[in-house]
Design a binder for this molecule. Structure first.
Ligand SMILES: [Zn+2]
Length: 292
């Protein structure tokens, strides 16, 4: 599932290519993937110019000159792929990054002024695009409830206040809660806890403020490294020799590395289950809490 850095990678990749371009047409092949009437599409998308591309948590927003926005959620398998004079792809990494498009997982595409096409592909069909007036986005329930953005401003104080409300839960469950901090999913939760040397089953109440701060810092480090490496994009999917690469290899220390050596101490990484999720730890660097 794309997390905050995967969506930020898309935002940064598309911004220089799409801003200022005009959308000429919208082709919808799966009605459930696009929320907006055909009248609104004609009135607010066709002929509009892309003004800005923004992100909040894992949600991407494409602001149009009509004061409407395309709000996108990639969910499990969503991808954004641009084909034209310039090619770009990001999101869930698979062969659609390089296939001829549209293909069987194309749900919606936009035709741009120079004939280039912007594809929304989504194998599992959980993702969606909504057409909404730009000013109403911040009022959407799932947006207004989000915790602070980890990569913008100074989120530490707000994070601490919010994570303390979850004192009785495990730290892993707390940082996966989008109302505690925005955009962290399973990959960056495991990486953050490994970087901070905290066992994921530790209760929030048993952690000091400085340990909680180091977990947020760990999440920020892992996310920044992922984004700066180019994240989940076509560039990291196709290696120079044409073989397939895995963007996770560019920054992960524990996630999906069970059976391999901890990069810090050499102990074999284990996979356990915490907060209902597969969880990767170094059993030496991340000592279990005494209460377990
Ligand atoms: Zn270790």
């Amino acid at each position: 599932m794309p997390e905050l850095p995967e969506v930020e990678t898309i935002r940064r990749g598309l911004e220089p290519i799409l801003v200022g371009r005009q959308i000429m047409d919208v082709v919808i092949s799966n009605e459930k993937s696009f929320h907006g009437s055909s009248e609104d599409i004609k009135q607010f998308i066709v002929g509009s110019t892309i003004k800005n591309i923004r992100r909040r948590a894992k949600v991407l927003m494409i602001d149009l000159s009509t004061d409407y926005s395309l709000v996108l959620h990639l969910k499990m398998t969503g991808q954004i792929i641009l084909r034209g004079a310039e090619n770009w792809a990001g999101g869930h990494p698979n062969e659609s990054f390089v296939d001829d498009l549209p293909n069987t997982s194309t749900r919606v595409y936009f035709v741009l002024d120079d004939g280039a096409k912007l594809f929304f592909n989504d194998q599992r069909k959980f993702g969606w695009i909504k057409l909404l007036p730009t000013i109403t986005i911040d009022e959407l329930e799932f947006i207004s409830k989000l915790g602070p953005e980890p990569l913008i401003g100074h989120p530490a104080k707000e994070f601490l206040t919010r994570v303390r409300r979850r004192n009785n839960t495990t730290i892993k469950a707390a940082i996966l809660d989008q109302s505690v901090v925005a955009g962290i999913g399973n990959i960056y939760a495991d990486e953050a806890l490994w970087l901070a040397k905290i066992h994921p089953e530790t209760r929030v109440r048993d952690l000091t403020d400085s340990q909680l701060a180091s977990i947020l810092k760990g999440a920020i480090t892992a996310m920044t490294t992922s984004i700066e490496s180019g994240g989940s994009s076509m560039q990291n999917y196709v290696k120079a020799d044409g073989s397939r690469g895995n963007y996770l290899d560019l920054f992960v220390n524990v996630f999906r590395r069970e059976g391999l050596a901890c990069p810090r101490c050499g102990t074999i990484i284990e996979k356990i289950r915490v907060a209902g999720r597969g969880t990767h730890i170094c059993p030496v660097c991340q000592q279990p809490p005494k209460s377990l």
